[in-house]
Write a protein that binds this ligand. Structure first.
Ligand code: BEZ
Length: 218
């Protein structure tokens, strides 16, 4: 079964590079990113995992825990981690699931047989503190993901979870946002007493509520 936005992220136990993990217990009441890569010792995956490791501080700042997955066995993950550090300069600093029996891959529909019938695609699930799936992404093996975009999307998810706003195209932390369509003008006057810029009656722009976050480390 595909996992859709708003679904409860299924719990699982799995062997990882940091020991046996119960997903819900490991995650606690943090946000989480669960992402799959197709195969160890492959070029695009090596760059991706190094990049995720390099962004650790950014994930921590946002209270986001990260867990990777592929169907390769634990010994393979452990051997490959040395290469990732060697190539990217970043040691893997998050657990990687060794899903040789495809238990988690099947649970999260990470194997798309018309793309490849044995390897996981590049799936991403962003899960909120209440264990709901808030964002999904699927990329093919040949296209490495942009993890800054995933952080940007998490900024939007966290902002819109706390305020009655939506974020426009290409929005970044600190930029203006849009009053949610569900908010009437009457309610908007209470929530946004400083007013808004009505570009159209349905497009009401306000400064981002809350504080600005510093730029992403490279
Ligand atoms: C890669 O990471 O480069 C890759 C992984 C699986 C299949 C093809 C390429």
């Amino acid at each position: 079964m595909p996992i859709r936005l708003g679904d409860t992220a299924p719990n699982f136990t799995a062997d990882t590079t940091e020991g046996k993990v119960d997903f819900y217990k490991w995650k606690g009441d943090s946000w989480a990113v669960l992402f799959s890569h197709p195969k160890d010792f492959t070029p695009v995956c090596t760059t991706e995992l190094g990049r995720v490791a390099s962004l650790k501080r950014e994930f921590v700042k946002r209270s986001v825990k990260v867990m990777g997955l592929s169907v390769d066995p634990l010994e393979s993950h452990k051997g490959w981690m040395k290469d990732i550090q060697d190539v990217t300069g970043h040691a893997v600093n998050f657990p990687m699931i060794a899903d040789a029996d495809r238990k988690v891959s099947d649970l999260y529909d990470m194997i798309h047989p018309n793309a490849n019938d044995t390897l996981t695609v590049r799936s991403v699930f962003v899960v909120s503190p209440d264990n709901k799936v808030k964002l999904t992404l699927t990329y093919p093996a040949s296209t490495g993901r942009n993890f800054e975009e995933i952080l940007r999307a998490i900024d939007s998810l966290q902002l819109t979870a706390n305020y009655s706003v939506a974020t426009p195209s290409d929005w970044k932390q600190g930029e203006d946002v849009i009053i949610a369509s569900s908010v009437t003008d009457e309610d908007a006057k209470k929530k946004f007493p400083d007013g808004w810029n009505a570009r159209k009656p349905y497009l009401r722009v306000v400064p981002q509520p809350g504080k600005e976050r510093s730029a992403i480390a490279r």
